[in-house]
Write a protein that binds this ligand. Structure first.
Ligand code: M6R
Length: 571
């Protein structure tokens, strides 16, 4: 949440070039944005609006905000400045002891202009610099601040950017004649494939042609430059109206690429992954949102092979997980930066569990915390809604389950997805019938239960319709009271699941408008597979297309739904 960028260059860059970089991080938050280059300061609410001014600079910091402390106002937009305007900062994270610091700074005469926790950072440095050097102040900051931060700081009279990190992601992109600091590699992956990833409690002083890294005691450290692979062309929207539909349409391609990688570049990691699972006494997944639904499918598939596994929602992991050194914790995550997952993994590390992961963004924090990590290889997913990354997460879990005896021919998965996508017009018609409804229920049993939850989540976040994804069998224990004449109920019925069919009948008898998504019987949508594993993936794709078309009918901001951000880096 929140994206930050720092640019420092030999040659001048235009305001437009700087903002184009910020645009690449807009998916991290789009409540407000800002820019500072030692001469001008821009702070505005709303989506990033590239200024028309013909201004050039050699240094700048930028920010795109997902609001936590303080409402969505121009004042609360970053960058924030000290009273004397000598220090300007952008921040991603949460300063937990900000109130205490703020009270103290106010007593010392500082005047605050915003309601944010972040503004204390600028005043903190202003105060420290009265008695200490900037480097000493960075050391104090790391030792005195409670909470999470990726901070970029410019001191007006200096031609350098100070960068400090704990828990919020921060990376330095090594580019020709310039250095770029950013929340993630997307900001510069079009011009460089080399980066240095900050670890916790490190800071750096970055100049146009030089950089120095320090630990929390101010001791200089040598950092390794990492080469990363990224398919940049995929992040362009091209002919599509929205990233969401572009990313759904890429699903067959990314599935093929992923499966190919298991025979080639990911073969050895895949084998290690399986070995570690086999050796462990207990298998526990951890994930959030859509990734949690994928992990629940993983649990189902393993259970079908007689392998005991569980999954826990990351934000509750600490409260419900019993783990020891013989437990393997498998993190499933698109971004690799979800704070709830990182927090759960830290807990698992303390208990000495082994950590492995399934991650889309290479070199992300979770990937770096893992003993082995499998790349989801979905390419950059720009739309806030996870679509192709979910499909590839499930594909990985199917491939793993297959190693334990799950019956599936994965070679036909991509063609089946293509057939599913061809039903778009049919799905569009269903969307046109129900997009004005206030509530939608999605029912599943067994493998289709996680899918029901995933479809409901997509409907909520993208179409803004209240939806509940439920176990078909649980409905009669209460929720059925809400079914009225015409209430849309989507029933996911795999392989003539008679219990699921009965649940569909029960709501139909009460006047619900039942939409059957089924394979072995005549449904409103026919899922082109007889395999349970593939049914899960294909039924979820039905949900993605349905949601997309309902949101189109409702004229909603599909790629950037309100209040959300792609990468959830706060607890
Ligand atoms: O990056 P992650 O997979 O860890 O993210 C987890 C959730 O925040 C994410 O799946 C979220 O629910 C999406 N908006 C769903 O479309």
């Amino acid at each position: 949440m929140c994206g930050i960028i720092g640019l420092i260059s030999e040659q001048e860059f235009t305001l437009k070039e700087a903002f184009m970089k910020l645009k690449k991080l807009e998916y991290r938050g789009y409540d407000s944005f800002g820019y500072y280059d030692t001469e001008i300061l821009i702070k505005k609410t709303g989506h990033i609006d590239i200024p028309r001014k013909n201004k050039k600079s050699k240094i700048a910091i930028l920010h795109t905000r997902w609001a936590t402390h303080g409402g969505v106002t121009d004042y609360n937009a970053h960058p924030h400045q000290s009273c004397d305007k000598n220090i300007t900062i952008v921040h991603n994270g949460i300063i937990e002891n900000y109130q205490e610091l703020k009270d103290d700074l106010i007593k010392r005469g500082h005047k605050f202009r915003s309601e944010t926790d972040s503004e204390v950072v600028a005043h903190y440095f202003e105060e420290k610099l009265k008695t200490k050097s900037i480097k000493e102040s960075c050391v104090d900051f790391i030792n005195e601040i409670k909470g999470t931060f990726a901070v970029l700081l410019i001191k007006k009279d200096e031609n350098r950017i100070y960068a400090l990190k704990r828990d919020s992601p921060l990376v330095l992109g090594i580019c020709n004649n310039k250095n770029i600091l950013a929340s993630d590699i997307y900001a510069f992956s079009d011009i460089s494939d080399e980066a240095i990833f900050f670890e916790n409690d490190e800071f750096a002083i970055v100049e146009k042609d030089n950089y120095m890294f320090f630990d929390q005691h101010g001791k200089k450290i040598n950092k390794k430059i990492q080469k990363f692979l990224w398919e940049q062309e995929e992040s362009e929207k091209k002919k599509f109206r929205h990233y969401m539909i572009k990313e759904i349409m890429e699903e067959p391609k990314v599935v093929k690429r992923l499966l190919f990688s298991f025979k080639t570049e990911q073969k050895s990691n895949f084998n290690k992954f399986i070995e570690l699972i086999k050796k462990s006494k207990k298998i526990l997944f951890i994930a959030a949102g859509t990734s949690y639904h994928a992990s629940l499918l993983g649990v189902y598939y393993l259970h079908e092979c007689g392998i005991e596994a569980q999954t826990l929602i990351a934000s509750e992991f600490r409260h419900f997980a019993t783990i020891d050194k013989e437990t393997i914790v498998i993190a499933v995550t698109q971004s690799g930066e979800t704070m709830d997952v990182i927090d759960g993994l830290k807990y698992a590390q303390k208990k000495r569990a082994k950590i492995i992961s399934i991650v889309n963004v290479p070199y992300s924090t979770i990937q770096r915390m893992s003993e082995v990590s499998l790349n989801i290889l979905a390419g950059q997913e720009v739309c806030v809604a996870a679509t192709k990354s979910f499909v590839n997460q499930v594909t990985i879990l199917l491939a793993i389950a297959k190693e334990f005896g799950f019956k599936i021919n994965l070679d036909t998965l991509a063609p089946r997805i293509e057939s599913m996508l061809k039903q778009e017009n049919k799905i569009k018609k269903i969307a046109a019938e129900i997009y004005m409804k206030n509530d939608i229920y999605v029912l599943g049993r067994g493998l289709s239960y996680p899918v029901a939850r995933e479809v409901a989540l997509k409907i909520k976040e993208i179409s803004y319709i209240h939806a509940e994804g439920m176990m078909g069998g649980e409905l009669k224990h209460g929720t059925i009271a809400l079914i009225e004449k015409g209430t849309p109920v989507i029933a996911l019925i795999s392989n003539k699941d008679y219990d699921m069919l009965s649940n569909a009948k029960e709501v139909e008898a009460r006047g619900a408008n039942v939409i059957k998504v089924a394979n072995e019987l005549n449904g409103d949508i026919n899922v082109p597979t007889s395999n349970d594993g593939k049914f899960g993936v294909l039924a979820a794709i039905f949900g993605q297309l349905l949601t997309y078309h309902m949101a189109l009918e409702r004229n909603l901001p599909i790629d950037k739904p309100r209040n959300l951000a792609k990468s959830v880096t706060v607890k």
